[in-house]
Design a protein around this ligand. Structure first.
Ligand code: NAD
Ligand code: WQD
Length: 349
C-alpha cells in the first residue's frame, strides 16, 4: 500500500490534533507545522500515544516561507490540511491586523509554497461564520456570504483567494490543477474518547462547551446564558453542535473526494460540516447535567453582541458528495468533553 504524506498546519491545536489521530489511524503519514501560539507540543505526544505511530513535527510559522519550502523539499507531501489560524471572534475585533496577517497572509504564503512544490490538494478549515444573516436558519452552501466580524471576513477572504486560484487553473487547463475542499464547520465540541486529547483554551473560554465544563469542574463559578428572549423554542440561542471526531472524519473523506471524478479537472468546492440539527443553550445544560450527573450553575444574562438566534447546517452536499455523515449524538459530545475535562483539569500541563 502506498503511504501518503499529509501536511497538517495547526496540527497541535484542538481540531488539528484530532485530525492527526484520524489520519494516522487511516494509515496516512502525518507531518505537522505549528508555531504553538495557541497549543502545546504535548498534544502531539498524546496523538502518538493513542495511535502508536509517530508524528513528524516542525515548530514553525506558516508565514515563514523558507521554513515551508524546506518542509516541502524534505517531505513528499501529497495533500495539505490547513487548520493554522487565529479563531477568537472578540479578539479579532480588537486586533484585526493580527487576524488578517495570520489567517489571510499566512494562507497566501502557504499556497505559494504549495504551488512552488507542485502540491495542489488542499483541505481548508472554513467556518459557518462566513455566511451572512439570513431569514433561513438552515444554511446551504449557496447562501450568500456576509461575515460580520474580522475573523469571519478573514475566512471569507481566504475562500475567495482559493476560488480564484482554482479558477485560474481551470481556465488555462493545467496538468496538475488545484483541488480544494472548503469545509465550513458549525460548532465543533467534544473530545477523543480516550480523554487524552481535547480542547484546551487559554484563559477564560469564549465558547459554550468548554465554559460549561469548567463551571462543572469548579474552575469557573457560573455560566452566563447569553439571552433567553430569542425567538427560539426556549428563548436561548440554537446552534449545530458536531462531535470533533465526526468533523475530522469529514476531512479524511474530503481527501478521498479530491482524488475522485468531481475534482478531476480541478475545483474549489465548499461543504457544510454540521449535524443538521440545532440545540439550544438550555438543552446543552440539561444534557450535560443528565449525562455527567454534575450541576451547572448558570444565570440568564443579556444577549452577546453579534450572536444570531438560530443557525444550523444543511449537510446534504457533504453526505452525498463526500460520503460522510455524523455518527455521534449530543450525549457522546457531552460525555467525551467531560471525560477530557476530568482527566485534564488544567489542560495540557
Ligand atoms: P486551535 O487554536 O486549537 O488550533 C489552531 C492551531 O494553529 C494552533 O495549534 C496554533 O498554535 C496554530 N497556529 C495559529 N497560527 C499559526 C501560524 N501562523 N503558523 C503556524 N501555526 C499557527 O483552533 P481549532 O479550534 O483547532 O481550529 C482549527 C481551525 O478551524 C482554525 O482555522 C479555525 O479558524 C477553524 N475553525 C474552528 C472552529 C471552532 O469552533 N473550533 C470553528 C470553525 C472553524
Ligand atoms: C454557542 C451558543 C451563545 C458562551 C463561535 C464562533 C464561530 C465558530 C464557533 C470558529 C450561543 C451561547 C456561549 C457562554 C452562552 N468558531 N453562549 N454563554 O458563537 O455559535 O460560534 O464558535 O469559526 O465563528 O462565532 O459558539 O460556543 O460561543 O456559542 O450562552 O458563555 O452559546 O450565545 O448561543 P458560536 P459559542
Amino acid at each position: 500500500m502506498i503511504v501518503r504524506n499529509v501536511l497538517v498546519t495547526g496540527g497541535a491545536g484542538y481540531i488539528g490534533s484530532h485530525a492527526c489521530t484520524e489520519l494516522l489511524q487511516a494509515n496516512y503519514r502525518v507531518v505537522v507545522v505549528d508555531n504553538l501560539s495557541n497549543s502545546k507540543a504535548e498534544s502531539l505526544s498524546r496523538v502518538e500515544q493513542i495511535t502508536g505511530k509517530p508524528v513528524q513535527f516542525y515548530q514553525a510559522d506558516i508565514r515563514d516561507k523558507q521554513a515551508l519550502t524546506d518542509i516541502f523539499s524534505r517531505e513528499a507531501i501529497s495533500t495539505v490540511m490547513h487548520f493554522a489560524g487565529l479563531k477568537a471572534v472578540g479578539e479579532s475585533c480588537e486586533q484585526p491586523l493580527n487576524y488578517y496577517h495570520n489567517n489571510v497572509y499566512g494562507t497566501l504564503v502557504l499556497v505559494e509554497a504549495m504551488r512552488d512544490a507542485d502540491v495542489k490538494q488542499l483541505v481548508f478549515s472554513s467556518s459557518a461564520t462566513v455566511y451572512g444573516e439570513s431569514v433561513h436558519v438552515q444554511y446551504t452552501e449557496d447562501f450568500p456570504l456576509g461575515p460580520i466580524n474580522p475573523y469571519g471576513r478573514s475566512k471569507a477572504m481566504i475562500e475567495d483567494i482559493l476560488r480564484d486560484l482554482s479558477a485560474a487553473d481551470t481556465i488555462s487547463k493545467v496538468q496538475n490543477p488545484w483541488k480544494i475542499a472548503l469545509l465550513r464547520y458549525f460548532n465543533p465540541i467534544g473530545a477523543h474518547e480516550s480523554g487524552l486529547i481535547g480542547e484546551d483554551p487559554n484563559g477564560i473560554p469564549n465558547n459554550l462547551m468548554p465554559y460549561v465544563s469548567q463551571v462543572a469542574i469548579g474552575k469557573l463559578a457560573q455560566l452566563s446564558v447569553f439571552g433567553d428572549d430569542y425567538p427560539t423554542r426556549d428563548g436561548t440561542g440554537i446552534r449545530d453542535y458536531i462531535h470533533v471526531v465526526d468533523l475530522v472524519k469529514g476531512h479524511i473523506k474530503a481527501i478521498a473526494a479530491l482524488q475522485g471524478e468531481r475534482f478531476n479537472a480541478g475545483a474549489c468546492r465548499a461543504y457544510n460540516l454540521g449535524a443538521g440539527r440545532g440545540c439550544s443553550v438550555l438543552e446543552i445544560i440539561e444534557t450535560f447535567e443528565r449525562v455527567t450527573g454534575k450541576k451547572v450553575n448558570y444565570k440568564i444574562a443579556p444577549r452577546r453582541v453579534g450572536d444570531l438566534a438560530e443557525c444550523f447546517a444543511n449537510p446534504e452536499r457533504a453526505i452525498m458528495e463526500l460520503d460522510w455523515k455524523v455518527e455521534k449524538n449530543l450525549d457522546d459530545m457531552v460525555s467525551d468533553a467531560w471525560n477530557w475535562q476530568k482527566k485534564n483539569p488544567e489542560g495540557y500541563v
